[in-house]
Design a protein around this ligand. Structure first.
Ligand SMILES: Nc1ncnc2c1ncn2[C@@H]1O[C@H](COP(=O)(O)O)[C@@H](OP(=O)(O)O)[C@H]1O
Ligand SMILES: [Mg+2]
Length: 257
């Protein structure tokens, strides 16, 4: 099985991410219903409808590349990805932000290679009208609301104090333990994979995550950080890889320079 990432493919991925984002915005502006998944986490019509836009496009682009998507996975669709390239889709990351009408929620698509590394990711925050994408091969970019596309890169941590981004809803005591060893000038809380993008665009220096996440929460954001010159590693300093048991992540630290 082989599938090649190129600029035409990237354009299609950005287009479908934007379409999914537009649909989430239509729902975001209404008085939408909130449902409970089997694991009791919340979900809305936006998650399901956005995923239904993205998955068929990925299947048409690369019929042999399995799609691991949050809502399909919740419904029991758990593809075998052993030794294969695969897609990770989180149609609405930060569902809690979406529900509480905080604009940070994102639409995410990542491509993972046969070596379990994220080789491309797009993170779109439709309510902020900012789209980030990146890969080690092509670098990382943001498209702003006015249509301007700019390359982005991580910054060198300022010696006068770093900016840390942490989960608004899922911060754990281990995060404070980790940050004790740094001179922290500012700690910013936010929801969704936008935290990776804040590191990637050099407005934050570290995103420590010492709590559970799923692979579709992180694959796209990790690719953006890597494309921007940063790192995402386990707390032990190992590579943060994909295709793990049940697509569950361990702890990780995303960093600039
Ligand atoms: N107990 C748990 N197990 C697995 N993933 C969890 C979890 N608690 C939170 N998450 C993940 O953390 C994500 C939110 O992270 P953050 O706090 O950084 O916004 C959620 O994404 P969704 O909003 O897509 O469900 C969810 O997948
Ligand atoms: Mg998510």
């Amino acid at each position: 099985m082989s599938f090649t990432l190129n600029e035409a493919v990237i354009k299609k991925l950005l287009d479908v991410t934007r379409q999914a984002g537009d649909l989430t915005m239509e729902i975001y502006q209404t008085d939408f219903e909130i449902y409970s998944k089997k694991d009791e986490s919340p979900v809305t019509e936006a998650d399901r409808k956005a995923e239904a836009i993205i998955t068929p496009v990925l299947k048409a682009l690369a019929p042999d590349v399995p799609v691991v998507a949050e809502e399909a996975f919740s419904a029991g669709d758990c593809p075998d990805v052993e030794g294969k390239m695969f897609w990770l889709v989180d149609p609405v990351d930060g569902t809690k932000q979406f529900i509480s009408k905080k604009d940070e929620f994102t639409v995410n698509i990542a491509l993972i290679d046969e070596n379990r590394r994220p080789i491309f990711g797009v993170v779109h925050a439709p309510a902020l009208d900012r789209m980030f994408w990146g890969s080690l091969e092509y670098g990382a970019f943001v498209k702003e609301a006015d249509g301007e596309v700019k390359p982005i890169s991580v910054r060198t941590a300022p010696s006068e104090g770093i900016v840390a981004v942490v989960s608004r809803s899922h911060k754990t005591p281990e995060v404070d333990d980790y940050l004790k060893d740094f001179k922290v000038a500012d700690e910013v809380s936010s929801g969704s994979s936008i935290k990776f993008c804040q590191v990637a665009e050099g407005i934050a220096d570290v995103y420590p995550r010492f709590g559970p996440t799923m692979e579709w929460d992180t694959g796209a954001g990790q690719a953006v950080v890597l494309g921007a010159g940063g790192t995402v590693k386990t707390p032990q300093g190992d590579e943060f890889l994909y295709g793990k048991d049940g697509f569950k992540n361990g702890f990780f630290i995303a960093k600039g320079k």
